[in-house]
Design a protein around this ligand. Sequence first.
Ligand code: ZN
Length: 331
Amino acid sequence: MTRRSAAFAVMAALLAAPAAAPASGLPTDGWVRSRTDKGTPIFWPGSCAWLVPDTAASPDLPLATVVQIIDQSVANWQTPSHAANCSGAAENPDYLQIMVDPPAAGEAKLDHVNVVKFRSDKWCRPADGATAEMCYSSAATAITTIFYDSQPGQPNDGNIVDADIELNDIDFTFVWIDHVTPTVKPNTLKADLENTLTHEIGHFQGLDHTCWDHVSATQPVDNTGQKIPDCADVIAHRIDPDQEQRIVQATMYNYASPTETIKRMPKLNDLAGVCTIYPQPIDPKSCTRPGPPSKGCAVATGMAPARPTWLSGIGLIAISLLALRRRSRRP
Ligand SMILES: [Zn+2]
């Protein structure tokens, strides 16, 4: 039995109002990978990963609609026309196939089941015996918690072993723009569920945000090895205009406005990221479900507290969270 050292990252979809302008330059640059606490890029090691809608669904949308939106959000990343960007082999779409299982009651924890779960009573991930309760900023629309192996030098270093998506149904009302518009709950903001989930599924695949919001202690680098710009500089238009557009129009941009749907469609840099992480298989890896965690083998270690980053005075109405494991900050 190999003892697994698992850690996790937490990410979110957020709110702000990006400016619109035509993109140009190098549209496939500017994507960013999520990394372990020791700097290894994270990825699913097999050819398949599964999402499981929680049966409780959302007070805003019935379960059948939620499942339909999850399916569409996955398809947004995996349609053959997008896969053609990977290698031209449209008949053989992305290496990583994301499957959607029938709904089941689930919880966000290290159990090798990747739940999509709405929170409508408390915007917190409950304690599970291995990790303490973790509550999130009310400004975060959603959080993707990724458990990964952190064993530098070992073949499994950076392997994603579990990834759960939680949605904030307390501070937001989830709608499906152009399809279903439920009554907006008092004191909540609207959030398009397909827009939100497509972004979170980007995190699920191992992508990070396109600008630095200071939630991570160190400034991430993009695919070219360049440090990504500070989000404050992006929002204040203090960077190259072409680069700005690649950042703000990406599905993996940190922020979103209440009625936006731009993230439903991954952009060329988003797709280039997934294609690079999961290249077309010459020798396909297995597509097998992970077994149940063995007692004592899967251990979730510390978590960083949610640390909100407010960029006030710019019309920003939500925040970005990215917390990698930091033992020194374990709550
Ligand atoms: Zn995010």
